[in-house]
Ligand binder design. Sequence first.
Ligand SMILES: C[S@@+](CC[C@H](N)C(=O)[O-])C[C@H]1O[C@@H](n2cnc3c(N)ncnc32)[C@H](O)[C@@H]1O
Ligand code: SF4
Ligand code: SF4
Length: 368
Amino acid sequence: MTNFPVLKDLHIRITSKCNFNCPHCYAADWFNDEVKLNLEDTKALILQAVDLGCKKVTFTGGEPLVSPFVLDSVKFCFENKLRVEIETNGVLLDRIISSLGEDIKKVEFSVSYDGEEMRDRKLAPKVRENIEKLIKLGCDVKIQTVLTKINISELEHIFGFSGNLGVKNRVFLTHSPTGNGRTLSLFEILEWLKLIKILKSRFPNAIVELPDVFSGGTQKKCGWGVHRCEIMPNGDVTSCAPITFNKRGFVAGNIKTQSLRDLWNSEHFLYIRNLKQSDFKSLCAKCSFWKTCLGACRSISSSIDGDLLSPHPFCVSVFDMIKSNKVDKNLIPNSDVVYSWVKQIDDLEGSFSEELYESIVLKQHKLT
Ligand SMILES: C[S@@+](CC[C@H](N)C(=O)[O-])C[C@H]1O[C@@H](n2cnc3c(N)ncnc32)[C@H](O)[C@@H]1O
Ligand code: SF4
Ligand code: SF4
C-alpha cells in the first residue's frame, strides 16, 4: 500500500539542446550543457512511472525533436499503453510524421507559434505548414503562444492563423523573466489589461491563462508536485522544470542514482503536497479563490517575485491599482468580482482554508 499520489503526468525534458534560441526562452542557460537522456535511461524511467500509475508522458525540452531517442521513446510509450504529448517548436515535425505512420494520430501536439518575429522569421512558414499538415493527418493539435513586446504587433496574424484552422491557442500573457527572457522587458499592467480585453473580445479560440479571480475559476491547474513530475535533461527530478532551469538546486534528486518512487515521495514533493493556504504570501493567503486557483502559475510568481509562494504578479498589480484608483473598471476582466475580492481581502484578518494543497489537487483532478 502506498500513501502517496498517483504520478499521472510525466514530463520528460529529453534534451537540453535546441535548434532555436528564442529571446524569451527560460531553458536557454542549459543549451550548452551536454546533457540528454539516452534511450535506456528514458525506457527505465517510463517503466518506473508506469509502476507509479502514470497514464501520460509529455516529451519536451529544449526541443524534443532534436533528440535522437525521441522516436523510440514515443514508440515505447505506446507499447506500454501510455498517452503521449509532444511539446515542440514545430520545425522538425516531418521526422516524426514519416516514422510513426498511422500512430501519429495517437500523439497530442502542443506546437509553439509566436508569430514571425519571436523565433526564426525564415522558419515561421515551415512551422505553419507543419501545423497544417498535422491537422490534415487528423492529429490533436494545440498552439501555444507567449506574448511579449516582440510579438505584440502580430496579434492579428497569430490568432488569425489558429482561428482559421479552428485550433485552440493557449496564451501565456507574459514570459517568466529567466533564461534569455531576463533581458526582455515585461508589459506594464495597463498593457496587460488592454491585451486581455482585445484577446477576449476578438479571438474566441485564445485561451488566456489567468489567476482565478480574473478567469472565474474555470481553468484546469497543472497539478505540480501532486500528479505531475518533470525530468530534467540531466536526470534531475523536479515538480516544475521552468523553475529548475533557473534554480538548479530546486530538485528532488536524480533518476540516475535514485528510484523514481523514492524521489516521488521525497521531501521536495512532500513540502509541496503539505502546503496550506496560510503558507502562501500576502494576497494568496487571504484570497477566497485560493481553493481553486492555488496561487496560479508558481513559475511566473517565483521568477518575478523571487518567492515560490507569492501571489501572481497580475493579482498584486491590479489590487494595488484598484486601491489607489488608478485603473478604469471597464478594463478589468470579471470586474465586479475583482472589486468585491479587493474589499474582501481588505476586510479580512486571517486565512481561509487549512486544507492541504495535495487533497485539493487530488479532488480537482478526480484522483481520489
Ligand atoms: C521551453 S519550450 C520547450 C518545447 C519546445 N522547444 C517549444 O518551443 O515548444 C516550452 C514552452 O515554453 C515556452 N516558454 C519558453 N520560455 C518561456 C518563458 N520565459 N516564459 C514563459 N513561457 C516560456 C515556449 O514558448 C514554449 O511554448
Ligand atoms: S522556447 Fe523552445 S524553441 Fe524556443 S529556444 Fe526555448 S526550447 Fe528552443
Ligand atoms: S491572489 Fe493568489 S489565489 Fe487569489 S487569484 Fe491571485 S494568484 Fe490566485
